[in-house]
Ligand binder design. Sequence first.
Ligand code: BV8
Ligand code: ZN
Length: 265
Amino acid sequence: MHADHLTRARRIVEDARRVVVLTGAGVSAESGIPTFRGEAGLWKSHRPEELATPQAFRRDPRLVWEWYAWRRTLVARCEPNQAHRALARFALADASRTTLVTQNVDGLHHQAARAEAGETTAPNDGTTLGLAESAYPLEVHGAIHRDRCSSCGRLDEAPGRVDAESADSLPTCGCGALMRPDVVWFGEALDPDVIGASMAAADEADVCLVIGTSAVVHPAASIPEVTRRRGGRVVEVNLEPTPVTGYADVTLLGTAGSLVPALLA
Ligand code: BV8
Ligand code: ZN
C-alpha cells in the first residue's frame, strides 16, 4: 500500500466537514469474529438462505437459534480492536461531524465507544449515560445480543443463554410466540428510521469511509454511492477490491486494525 495513498486519504478526511462511516464484518475480523464470505466465513457451515431468513426460522427455529447462540457465545468472547477504538475516538472528538453506520450485529462499536468515553453503563438496563450518541453506530442490521418477540415485537435487551438443544427449550415471549434474535434477515425490511438516518447522513457527507465490507448486501451497500452522487468523496479500507473500489477516490489495501488508526490519527 503506497504511503501517498494514505496521505491523500488523510487529507480527504481532514478537509471533510461531515463524515459518514460504513463498516462491515472486516472491521471485526481482527477481533476474532469470522466474516461472512471469507474462507472461514460464518456462512461456510451454512448458506445465508438456510439460516438468516424468516422462512428458515419458521421452518426450523431450533437450527436458526443454534447458529445464533453459537455466534452470541463467540461474540461475547471478543473485544473491540484498534479499528473500532480509532473510529470511536474519531466520532467522540467532534460529535456533530461523524455518523457511524454498521452492518455488523456484534456490538463491538458500542463497546469501543463506551471504552473510549470511559462511560459506565447504567446498571441492568444496559443503556449508556450521556455519551455523545455520535460515537454509537446506527446498526442497520440489528444487534445479535438483543431478542425480539417474533409476534408482538417486545424487546429483551439482556436475554439469558439460549438452550437450542431442543425446540421446546427455545425462548418464548409472554404472548406465547417464539423470541428471535433482533437482527434483520434476508428479505426483511430494515428499520426505516435507522436506514433513513443512515441515508440522510450519507446524503450530507463530504466523505464516506467504507471499512471492511464486500459491499454486496443492499440497501446498506448503496450508502457510499449516495455520498458519491452528491459530489462527496469515498475512501475504502479493505484487504481486496470490492464493487466500491471502482468509484472510490482512494482504496487503502490492508487490514482495518492497522489502516484505520493511521487514517484517523
Ligand atoms: C431487503 C444480519 C427488502 C443477520 C445481514 C435475492 C433474493 C433475496 C434477497 C435479495 C436478492 N437480491 C437482492 C436481495 C436483497 C438482499 C441482498 O442484498 N442480497 C444480496 C446477498 C444480493 N437484501 C436484503 O434482503 C435486505 N432486505 O432488501 O428487504 C424489503 C423491503 C421492504 C419490505 C420487505 C423487504 C436485508 C439484508 C440484511 C441481511 N442481514 N446480517 C446476521 O448477521 O446474521 S447481512 C450480513 O451480510 C451482514 O450484516 C452484512 O451486511 C453482510 C455481510 O457483508 P460484510 O459485512 O461485507 O461481510 P463479508 O464477509 O461479505 O465481507 C467482509 C469484507 O471485509 C470483505 O470485503 C473482506 O475483504 C474484508 N476484510 C476481511 N478482513 C479484513 C477485511 N477488511 C479489512 N481488514 C480486515 N482485517
Ligand atoms: Zn410477544
